[in-house]
Design a protein around this ligand. Structure first.
Ligand code: PLP
Length: 388
């Protein structure tokens, strides 16, 4: 995928380009079917409500959830806040006992920290191994000691590691523990249908699956265990006030529908391109290591550490022609090393040389060829400067 000036986009974890078929649906619900989904008195409202119903079915189906289990939000961040703050508010006057992986997105980490600061939650940070995997035995022990909610993301937004989320969900269900599964990166990329029957709180974000930014969902059979974060009208069964973002929701629904149909073929093609890019970088750059679990990784994820080559220098050299990242978009501009990479035990030069590359549906073999050449040239030039 290139923009009009030919710049290559390889940062699909930060956000994905909107599928033109999705954009058509969004535009239609802005320009033609523009009614308020809450207007029961005329056909404009009926059309909008029907679009929301269709989107509800598509988004629910992506994670094996029923239509009544879907709540639309402004994105994954809001969905995560709603679960953790909602459960803390209903913990019966005692502290909510949270167990969380240290590699969670900052939406989970900072929500946990805010609840701890407010004195209404306590957190057990789970151990992770060098690939970012939690230890199922430890989780079982933590559940045995008493736990209200466990947070283990389905796939990591930096190193791409895919967690055994169905096992975590089954164990949580068995112990009566709530499971907050941040599936923002996994949604539309990994089969998640098994989660539906397992009572998890599944978090999705449209803009990670070729849908619009600013719309997401929380899917769970346990929505009633939560209360509204946003008070207002009776929209969405009183769980989230405010006029529904029908264009965004309809677009999200279309994106989810398309992912269900196309994910299988897309993701295997993307994995081949990723492997090609990985091979080229390993062959052309000395002292490079691949991070994440090579056997359980998002198809479009390539996370590497180039030892001794500061990542900021690489990104600066290629940025006019290639979009890649030093880390998560919500942390870019922040100098501190990534909490994910520290949690998996990376240190010093491995941390400083970390690059996140994200491929997706519109990545071509030409993009891979040119991106690898640009990166190899950039790294060699920086290495030369550093050895002078
Ligand atoms: N969780 C993960 C794993 C993410 O990658 C992101 C996006 O960066 C979020 C949560 C936040 O998503 P949103 O932008 O929809 O709030």
């Amino acid at each position: 995928m290139r923009d009009q000036r030919g710049r290559i986009y390889l940062d699909y974890h930060a956000t994905t380009p909107v599928d033109p078929r999705v954009a058509d649906v969004v535009a239609r619900h802005m320009l033609v079917s523009f009614g308020n989904a809450g207007s029961a008195d005329h056909v404009f409202g009926d059309e909008a409500a029907a679009a929301v119903d269709a989107a509800t079915a598509s988004v629910g189906a992506l994670v094996g959830g029923r239509a009544v289990d879907v709540l639309f939000t402004s994105g994954a961040t809001e969905s995560i806040n709603m679960v953790l703050k909602g459960l803390a508010a209903r913990a019966g006057g005692r502290r909510l006992r949270i167990a969380a992986s240290p590699t969670e997105h900052s939406a989970v980490l900072h929500s946990c920290e805010a609840l701890v600061r407010a004195g209404i939650a306590e957190v057990t940070w789970l151990r992770v191994d060098g690939h970012g995997h939690v230890d199922m035995n430890e989780i079982e022990q933590v559940f045995g000691r008493g736990c209200d909610v466990v947070c283990v993301m389905a796939a990591n937004n930096e190193i791409g590691t895919i967690a055994p989320f169905a096992r975590v969900a089954a164990l949580a269900q068995q112990h009566g523990v709530a499971y907050l599964c941040d599936a923002s990166q996994a949604g539309g990329r990994v089969l998640l249908e098994s989660l539906g029957a397992l009572d998890a709180f599944v978090v999705l974000s449209a803009h990670k699956m070729y849908g619009p930014r600013g719309v997401g969902a929380l899917v769970s059979s346990r929505l009633k265990a939560l209360g509204p974060l946003i008070h207002g009208g009776e929209q969405q069964r009183g769980l989230r006030g405010g006029t529904l973002n029908v264009p965004g929701i309809a677009g999200f629904g279309e994106a989810a529908r398309l992912r269900r149909e196309e994910m299988g073929t897309d993701e295997s093609r993307v994995a081949q391109l990723r492997d090609d890019l990985q091979g080229r970088l390993l062959a052309g750059i000395p002292h490079i290591a691949v991070n994440g679990d090579p056997l359980s990784r998002l198809a479009g994820n390539l996370h590497v550490s180039v030892t001794g080559i500061p990542n900021g220098a690489v990104v600066a050299r290629v940025r006019d022609r290639l979009a890649i990242a030093t880390g998560a978009a919500c942390a870019s501009g922040i100098e501190a090393p990534s909490h994910v990479l520290r949690a998996i035990g990376l240190e010093g030069p491995h941390l400083d040389g970390a690059l996140r590359i994200g491929l997706g549906r519109w990545t071509t073999s030409g993009d891979v060829e040119e991106a690898s050449a640009l990166l190899i040239v950039a790294v060699r030039a920086i290495a030369q400067l550093l050895t002078r």
